[in-house]
Write a protein that binds this ligand. Structure first.
Ligand code: 5GP
Ligand code: MG
Ligand code: MG
Length: 187
């Protein structure tokens, strides 16, 4: 039973954008690149909660060299599908990043507002390096993104997607694939 009338998990999806196998292949490729670039550097992977938790869990296991992990939570979106433009730190790191090679793991880069804010904040803590691994990057018509990720899993069209960690109103994060919601599922 769904707690919202007419809304279910799989039947709410109009179209699958990335199937599970495609996601797995993309993550393996990203992991191999990071392994190659960060051998003997023990990078710190920072997961930006909550959306990136799923790609983080898969990506860290696709990296075949020692790493450490930590988590941050920021909020840039409300419950809806549009950006509020407001970024707030909800949970900070436990780890000191001074002198560390940092990789921020993101689920999806849209306007880049969230990440750009985060990067500036983390740079003030003097890491040795700081890079971004974005599972998805949105293709925007007039993209003027302040952040250039070193690792990009794939590009997606400028549509609102859910699944594989990405939510709509905190739902659908547990979909093992990425899809587009039926219009009637937006309240
Ligand atoms: P940005 O600050 O780059 O505009 O937004 C980044 C965050 O917004 C992402 O980490 C993600 O949480 C959320 N977001 C951006 N685009 C989408 C989308 O298409 N679907 C979902 N579910 N979340 C998105
Ligand atoms: Mg995110
Ligand atoms: Mg969200």
């Amino acid at each position: 039973m769904s707690d919202k009338a007419g809304c279910e998990l799989h039947s709410d999806i109009e179209r699958v954008v990335f199937a599970q196998e495609e996601i797995a292949a993309i993550v393996q490729t990203m992991g191999a690149q990071i392994t190659e670039d960060y051998k003997d550097r023990n990078p710190l992977l920072i997961c930006v909660l909550k959306g990136a938790v799923v790609v983080m869990a898969d990506l860290m296991r696709a990296i075949d060299t020692p790493i450490s992990i930590d988590f941050m939570a920021v909020s840039s979106y409300g419950d809806g599908a549009t950006s509020s433009g407001v970024v707030r730190i909800v949970k900070d790191l436990d780890t000191r990043i001074e002198g560390r090679d940092v990789i921020i793991v993101e689920d999806i880069l849209d306007s880049g507002l969230t990440l750009s804010y985060l990067i500036d904040m983390l740079k003030s803590r003097s890491p040795r390096s700081i890079e971004v691994a974005a599972f998805l990057v949105k293709d925007l018509p007039d993209r003027d993104c302040p952040v250039i990720p070193k690792y990009v899993g794939s590009h997606v069209p400028n549509e609102f997607i859910v699944g594989y960690g990405l939510d709509y109103a905190e739902r659908y994060r547990n979909l093992p694939y990425i899809g587009i919601l039926k219009p009637e599922c937006y309240s």
